[in-house]
Design a protein around this ligand. Sequence first.
Ligand code: NAD
Ligand code: UDP
Length: 338
Amino acid sequence: MSQEKILLTGGSGYVGSHSCVALCEAGYQPVIFDNFSNSSPKILDRLEQITKTKITLVEGDILNFNQIVNVFQQHNIKAVMHFAGCKAVDDSVKNPLKYYRSNVSGSINIIDAMKVSGVDVFIFSSSATIFGDLNVNPISESATFSPKNPYGKTKLFVEEIIADLFGSGCFSNLAALRYFNPVGAHHSGLIGEDPKGVPQNLMPYLAQVAVGRLSKLEIFGRDYPTKDGTGVRDYIHVMDVADAHVATLDYLLSNGGYLPINLGTGNGVSVLELIRTFEKASGHSIPWSFGPRRKGDAAEYYADPSLAKKKLGWSAKRNLDTMCSDMWRWQSENPHGY
Ligand code: NAD
Ligand code: UDP
């Protein structure tokens, strides 16, 4: 069991908090750095209940270089998992500069602070949005990049920066994990996704309809060239995503290298299929109606997960029923989030 300290920027957010749990289980010591712009410090109690460990949480902003360097000075950090950033696609179209600042400048700050502090293991939260609307499935790591919005472009730009850093020899342990659609929650029901305002994504929207916070789901489009006309995505349990972070960290600490990796299950699930599975898991029927397509939506995409399996020995273990039942436990026990 390792006791290495791992810095989690954005570690009180959705994916970061679940990764914090997985890291503790694997014997690492997480140090969370977050400005709570999209999360709450209340999560600390929940994380400590689950992990039965004291977790360090530092309030700070990735746009503040000195704050980051201070964390490296105060803690003997071995590696960084960089989750912090803004993630709403629509908002990125309206406010591109906010996204370039937080996601690109923020990432450069982190990497720069790592360089001056002698830390050289970096795992970046990238996204399947870097591939855009390809219509070539399953999507492997060699698929063409074609992000369709500023959010997706920020993820691709940071990936390119990472590739250049590896090429320069300045850093030798780097990964970019392209998440497909993380959903669900830790099985304890103590932590989960807690979006501010009306959810933009399907699963948290569905859960809020089931719990009675929202009245009805609108399905965006019924005439896609998919199995039932509705959009198809690769939903992956957030704890599987968290486990993939630990597997990536273990790999980099033992082998080094540069790993751009797609994280999905390899299964395409339609909106209607997800609704039916969620209804079964929650015991609630979900009122829904068809509406027009959402602008910029791809018809269908799902990952080719074979490289993750080959390189990391990792593959997703939790099925769609578990994603829905864990999501429902979190939502029904915390109807208004934290
Ligand atoms: P989240 O919003 O729940 O978590 C991000 C965390 O970063 C929040 O706690 C927020 O307070 C913090 N943060 C934001 N700006 C910050 C700043 N300037 N300084 C310090 N902290 C800051 O998001 P998430 O769903 O956990 O996503 C984590 C990462 O994964 C993001 O980079 C996101 O783009 C990426 N990603 C998420 C998904 C998804 O569906 N959840 C899919 C693909 C990629
Ligand atoms: N979707 C929907 N209604 C909603 C939200 C999403 O029909 O209120 C559909 C969306 O068109 C897509 C799928 O659900 O086909 C997943 O959308 P989400 O925003 O969760 O993920 P993304 O499209 O970013 O992969």
